[in-house]
Design a binder for this molecule. Sequence first.
Ligand code: NAD
Length: 478
Amino acid sequence: MKGNFIGGEWVGSASGRTRERRNPADEREVVAVFPDSDAKDAHDAVSAVAGGYREWADRGPEARAAVLHRAADILAARADDLARELVREEGKTLTEALTETRRTPSNLRFYAGEALRVAGRTYATGDGSLVYTSREPVGVVVAITPWNFPLNIPSRKLGPALAAGNGVVFKPSEVTPLIGQRLVEALLEAGVPAGALALVQGGGEAGAALVADPRVGAVTFTGSYDVGAAIHRAVGPSQRCQLEMGGKNPVIVLEDADLDRAADIVVRGAFGLSGQACTGTSRLVVHEAVHDALVERIVTLARARRVGNGLSGDVQMGPLATRAQLDKTRHYLDLAAAADAVLRAGDEPIEPGLEHGNFVRPAVFTDVDRSSPLAQEEIFGPVLAVLRVDSFDDAISVANDTAYGLSAGVVTRDLGRAFDFARRVDSGLVKVNQPTTGMAMNAPFGGLKNSSTQTFKEQAGETMMHFYTVDKTVYVAS
Ligand code: NAD
């Protein structure tokens, strides 16, 4: 690992402290040793970008767009190698990792296009003078990201921030430092000047110092609710703050659904990415008329799922990313069992040879109490809570009965009820006959309630660019 990137140089942490990251499929393998940064490193990084980003801001949008396109080309050429690194560092399957590494260049190209569309307005005055708005970069943007999409999510923050002419201090998750470094390398190689980009490796200590720095104009964060709430409390009144946080995403299956299709939709949403997607399905809300038949199908699919090292060709579900995620998932399995929920899948043994990794089998619980932790709290693991309802209205009420509101799905052949669901469900993303996971790269993305500050949706083109620009109103008399 190269370390932090501050002021045009790759450096270690000021304290000399390091951390290591191990392969979640086999924790005997060290994947990365990286700086464990603290407030001094954070301060130095903000100083470097605050003092250096103007050169980038003063380049025309066409030049900035060209750099982002070049970075996209570089990442596209490396997509296969990056995917293998991503599997070793984070634990996805190779297919899942390839989806991510192939999507990321498109994100950068999308924002390269947005760089060219930033525009102000003119206003009528009546006295012959000119009043217009110009949109300027915010200045220093701090981007703090989670580990579960370690290339894709940062590209959705660094892409628009750089497109708008800002300087960025990027703090990737301490779980995925290597992939974070790869994104920075590609951007620098493509021509982002050293003064416009800094990389600070480390955990919460570095992150907290970055968001508390008054020279920072905007903080964009994706991660858990608790950390997001702490960041919200830490930023000053003049700092912009965009938080995308957790979810407890439901799929409602109505009595008219095609049950094979419904089972596939639920299983893909619940167990894809080992249940570690913010939009992953963690609750199945199913009409009692089809409850047993649907659960049977889901249990069969869950029990058949091949779990293992994501680099092995036929594996469908990789390990959890960290030992802490494994412990948390097991904690919820124990809680559910103690609360008399019925475990229908997930008690099968892990295959021999996987004992050094963070592996767990996909779990399905029925008879889950609506107010229990399993039905209310984000687990971020492959655990599905099944809740039985007796009507459409009851289904919507259960779906809305959490603090989160990120993604929600309905499976039905009745389009009228699907639209009704879309209108009544408290969720930023609504999926009809599709898994709660998966999204278009050019459509607005973000949650409601405790899933988001609901400020500026990501991937929303012009709306997103407003987060990274400030309006000035200019008055000109002849
Ligand atoms: P996390 O909140 O633990 O960490 C996220 C980032 O915040 C990391 O880089 C971490 O080092 C940093 N951090 C920790 N403490 C901090 C502090 N006090 N101040 C500033 N930064 C700090 O989340 P995670 O475990 O990396 O990711 C999983 C979570 O992310 C889940 O809750 C998931 O739902 C959420 N997530 C949300 C979305 C979305 O778009 N809504 C997408 C992906 C993941």
